[in-house]
Design a protein around this ligand. Structure first.
Ligand code: SF4
Length: 199
């Protein structure tokens, strides 16, 4: 085996081992599926998807996981333009019993779950959904699910309407591979887009 390939295999092996250790420390769960196909019908559109992994949790409900190997970017679950809309689409497609969703970062600098859940403790380091004063966390989770569905509907409707405004999220241009041909250069200095603002 060439040296480079051998090194990469060793590196991948180390990461997978650490990931398994992270999983071993979790409360009880069972892997329900990997690479599961799912279909989301929303706002007149049909989206075909493939979900990295779904776990059934002993505490009740399912956890939806999306693996990431690139540069870690913190998720903004409550933004009108969420960082990982695909996870919200998985949640809506899978139905009522999804109790947690997370990106799983697998690279030498970041190996962790980064998500949001019905309650704290369903996934390592993943906190419960933002509280609603006077409401139980399960109710807050239901309310947030409803909000996310609305966010997705708005995104789908904008896509169907052909909304292609040059309006990147802060920091999005930093790692973009088509920046040299993008119309962003024709605009005046965009607010935060090229300034490398935090994602
Ligand atoms: S460079 Fe252009 S295409 Fe790339 S993220 Fe920025 S606005 Fe979008």
């Amino acid at each position: 085996m060439p040296g480079t390939l051998a090194r990469e295999c060793r590196r991948a092996g180390r990461l997978i081992r650490k990931l398994c250790e992270l999983d071993r420390g979790r409360s009880a769960f069972q892997v329900e599926s990997t690479e599961q196909k799912a279909r989301l019908v929303l706002a007149g559109a049909t989206v075909e998807m493939r979900i990295d992994r779904v776990d059934v949790l002993a505490a009740g409900g399912r956890a939806v996981l999306d693996y990431k190997t690139g540069t870690h970017a913190s998720a903004r679950w409550y933004d009108p333009r969420p960082t990982y809309p695909q996870l919200l689409a998985y949640l809506v497609a899978l139905g009522e019993d999804v109790a947690a969703l997370a990106t799983v970062w697998v690279n030498p600098r970041a190996l962790r779950f980064d998500g949001v859940a019905r309650e704290t403790g369903l996934l390592p380091g993943v906190k419960s959904v933002r509280a609603i004063p006077g409401a139980a966390s399960a109710d807050a989770w239901q309310a947030q699910r409803h909000t996310w569905r609305g966010v997705l509907e708005r995104l789908v409707l904008a896509f169907i309407a052909g909304d292609a405004a040059v309006d990147p999220k802060a920091g999005a241009c930093r790692n973009c591979h088509v920046i040299n041909i993008c119309r962003i250069a024709e605009r005046e200095q965009p607010s935060g887009a090229e300034a490398g603002a935090d994602e």
